[in-house]
Ligand binder design. Structure first.
Ligand SMILES: NC(=O)c1ccc[n+]([C@@H]2O[C@H](COP(=O)([O-])OP(=O)(O)OC[C@H]3O[C@@H](n4cnc5c(N)ncnc54)[C@H](O)[C@@H]3O)[C@@H](O)[C@H]2O)c1
Length: 303
């Protein structure tokens, strides 16, 4: 992999501008485009603000070049990452178009949260170059990037992408099969399913679920993964616990009726002021600030 690559980012929204920022900070030349002019016009200013708030090298923003035309954005790219809306026909059409403009060896990545990479990339003429890179929000603070291959993705494309992200300070994880939710969201939502179920069954309220996690194993999770933990306590003890607990844990195949009721009642969380709990604008801002501060401190302790 060239030390300095040409990266094209499609979509300058929440994720796209943050991804551009990470690659620029790593020394790459980044072009970025967005079909919504105000998003493109503000991309550099948003990146500059982030860099300043994080105490990162503000000169990195000079390596980001907003480009209005898709063709001009991707033409010279070694690597293209798409972060447009979560819309399958849109992404499929976009990659079809991108492939008309790029070199034959340019790697094409989608930052979809949950949609099958196989489906997004199936229309490519050269499917071996297509893969998924699932970044987490905010891209410049959460280290993980899941790198998802399809049945067609070449090992060379996976290797390049893993190295590119590792060199940019991310922690890439190779997802060998294109399964819904990849790895991170499968694990996260296995926990969320049981969290909802505990409230639904009247075992505790929503605030208590969150307290139990934050005051207990959540504290260890950043340094002790579940399988390290299982080895630490012993696989025999883990088996015994599973025999007792798993039959009682929620294993319904679909979403909880409790969650469906909240949505039907318009209790959508922050955006409506109430979800599992009530949220004033001040409480919402305080929680967002707390998460940002925590992630920033975690990044500092990593380095
Ligand atoms: N928000 C998250 O926490 C998160 C996390 C991981 C992955 N993702 C995924 O990343 C992608 C982007 O999400 P986001 O939160 O940044 O969305 P967003 O709405 O903030 O940004 C999407 C941008 O894409 C632009 N766009 C739409 N159509 C386009 C086109 N044809 N060409 C160029 N630009 C176009 C929009 O104008 C917008 O600026 C989605 O697939 C999403 O599922 C989001």
């Amino acid at each position: 992999m060239a030390a300095k690559a040409k990266i094209a980012v499609i979509g300058a929204g929440l994720m796209g501008h943050g991804i551009a920022q990470v690659f620029a900070l790593a020394g790459h030349d980044v072009t970025i485009t967005d079909s919504h002019k105000p998003s493109l016009d503000t991309a550099k200013a948003r990146i500059a603000t982030n860099l300043r708030e994080l105490g990162d090298d503000e000169r990195a923003v000079e390596r980001v070049r907003p480009v209005a035309e898709l063709a001009n954005c991707v033409r010279e790219a070694d690597y293209v990452v798409e972060a447009v809306l979560e819309d399958m026909p849109l992404k499929q059409k976009l990659f079809g178009e991108i492939e008309r403009y790029v070199r034959s060896d340019t790697i094409l990545a989608s930052n979809t949260s949950v949609m099958p990479i196989t489906q997004i990339m199936q229309g490519l003429r050269e499917r071996s170059r297509g893969l998924g890179t699932h970044w987490w929000n905010p891209p410049f603070l959460v280290p993980l990037v899941e790198v998802i291959g399809t049945q067609w993705t070449s090992q060379a494309a996976i290797d390049f992408t893993m190295k590119l992200h590792a060199a940019a300070g991310k922690r890439p994880a190779h997802v060998k099969k294109d399964v819904p939710g990849f790895i991170g969201n499968r694990l996260q939502h296995a926990l969320w399913r049981e969290a909802v179920s505990l409230v639904e069954r009247g075992i505790c309220d929503a605030a208590t679920v969150d307290t139990v996690i934050k005051a207990c194993f959540g504290r260890r999770l950043a340094v002790l993964g579940p399988l390290e933990n299982a080895d630490m306590v012993g696989t025999d003890l883990t088996l015994a616990i599973h025999k007792t607990v798993l039959p009682d844990i929620d294993h319904r195949p679909g979403p909880s009726p409790y969650l469906e009721r909240l949505v039907a009642e318009g209790k959508l969380g922050f955006k409506s002021g109430e979800g599992f709990r009530k949220w004033s604008p001040e409480e919402q801002a305080a929680l967002r600030a707390k998460v940002f501060k925590h992630l920033k401190a975690a990044r500092a302790s990593d380095s």
